[in-house]
Design a protein around this ligand. Structure first.
Ligand code: GDP
Ligand code: MG
Length: 177
């Protein structure tokens, strides 16, 4: 709330990008509210969530934007990216096409994203290892080539979710100070 805002040292905007169905909204709800949804309803209404997080003794208010389902229609616009200092670029380790489409997302990032935006590549649904279509090494390799950090996560099992957001926010903090 507002009273809390005044005690914040920094406000950072970050965005979630990646194909529809990869788990962006669940990663965010897990991070912001510790909630997970089993149904696959696309995001309705909520466009962003806040969480206050402590990084190197500073209180950061992270404002994380989620696509309200526009990625289905390739209708994400520049205003979504405006002012964003970080991005989680998400694919689904059980859906090869979501990994192949990373190239498309990179083009968009180049068009709309800021010059020194912190990007973390996220392979989500690591709990579904038996249906894996993208090896961990491939994700790692892609990230290395692009100069991104990389992590596999599970929004369902709450694995690496806190870590991946914290890593992004810490990196943003470190380059902006
Ligand atoms: P979005 O379209 O990228 O926002 O994806 P959603 O968050 O709506 O998730 C799409 C579907 O994948 C939903 O049915 C979720 O329950 C499911 N899902 C999301 N994250 C995970 C995960 O880590 N593991 C598993 N098994 N399912 C997930
Ligand atoms: Mg969504």
């Amino acid at each position: 709330d507002d009273a809390y805002d005044e005690e914040c040292d920094y406000l950072f905007k970050a965005v979630l990008i990646g194909d529809s169905g990869v788990g962006k909204s669940n990663l965010l709800s897990r991070f912001a509210k510790d909630e997970f949804r089993l149904d696959s309803k696309p995001t309705i209404g909520v466009e962003f969530a806040y969480r206050n997080i402590k990084v190197r003794d500073k209180l950061i208010k992270a404002q994380i934007w989620d696509t309200a389902g526009q990625e289905r229609f390739r209708a994400i616009t520049s205003s979504y990216y405006r002012g964003a200092m970080g991005a989680l670029l998400v694919y689904d380790i059980t859906r090869r096409s979501s990994y192949e489409n990373l190239r498309k997302w990179l083009l968009e990032l180049r068009d709309f994203g800021g010059q020194d935006m912190v990007v973390i590549l996220v392979g989500n649904k690591s709990d579904l290892d038996q249906s894996r279509e993208v090896e961990k090494e491939e994700g790692k390799g892609f990230a290395e080539k692009e100069g991104f950090c990389f992590m596999e996560t599970s929004a369902l099992k709450n694995m690496n979710v806190e870590e991946v957001f914290l890593q992004m926010i810490t990196k943003v903090y470190d380059i902006t100070r």
